[in-house]
Design a protein around this ligand. Sequence first.
Ligand code: ACO
Length: 324
Amino acid sequence: MRRAIVRGTGHYLPERVVENSWFEDKLDTSDEWIRARTGIERRHFAAEGQRTSDLGILAARAALDKAGLAARDIDAVIVATSTPDLTFPSVATMVQAGLGMTRGFAYDLQAVCAGFVFALANADAMIRAGLAERVLVIGAETFSRIMDWTDRGTCVLFGDGAGAVVLEAAEGAAGTSQDRGILATDLNSDGQYRDLLYVDGGVASTGTAGYLRMQGNLVFRHAVEKLADTAHRALDKAGIAPEQVDWLVPHQANLRIIEATAKRMHLPMQKVVLTVADHGNTSAASIPLALSVADAQGRFKPGDLLVVEAIGGGLAWGSAVLRW
Ligand code: ACO
């Protein structure tokens, strides 16, 4: 059975690190509040002039190096982002050009914080359908560009960064859930909740980029309920019991949401990859960043079973089950 396996991971974080205390003299907030309510301690912000594609290119190069591949070996590039350099062309085509890749195809996918999971499902389907042999799946964001720096309920939460994964077609020997690669995906959205989390500008409305607006406590409630649900659905599709999971690699929005989801999945926190303290919420970049950081630390062993899950604006949410 043809599967999409992970051949390599990579990431890039901008040099500038901003600690929680940076916000204290600008807003009515504190390091203690941010840590206690979110688990975030610091985040990276892109330098002036540094664009989402710049971050994506550096993450992509790192993933290609790790995979031992060149840009010419890649058939498709998908960039999950909500903070593109320009309205068009896509960030993906800019990454393609930046890598010196002149064949294949590239496009962006926008499902906000769930973007990487949606892109992974897209790439998996393309590989299994024979449309591509190797796909570079990237999550890249510069959310610092859409922050309202007077809104303490949002601007302390987000950071910039990029993560990338090289997926490659492989024949699974067993044709079962023992095979390496993506075993199942589960995607969902419900536009009736679009006002809970959105950006108040855009090409066809205000003609501006706008600022992020969020009813945090309502998003929180949906996240706790929907993330465990989608993870359980993907595990069911893969025919795997939750206790067989070795690693949960969640979207890194809020430590309390991650803990609640792990609890609902009956997973101890030692099985959860956490980067939220150092990265904040990097939207579509958060899962590939966490995958790459944990991979670089040698935490995943061949054959380990991973679950990734995310929720974001839309609302849009989903999960994937994969064997490392
Ligand atoms: N510092 C101090 N106080 C603050 C801050 C801050 N930075 N932010 C909010 N508060 C205050 C509020 O004003 C409120 O005060 P009030 O009671 O006087 O009105 C109080 O803290 C409680 O506010 P809540 O919003 O109820 O706080 P909550 O415990 O829910 O935490 C948070 C807020 C951290 C935003 C949380 O709701 C959360 O993480 N929500 C989910 C975010 C998320 O997962 N988003 C999904 C992905 S993002 C994407 O798709 C782009």
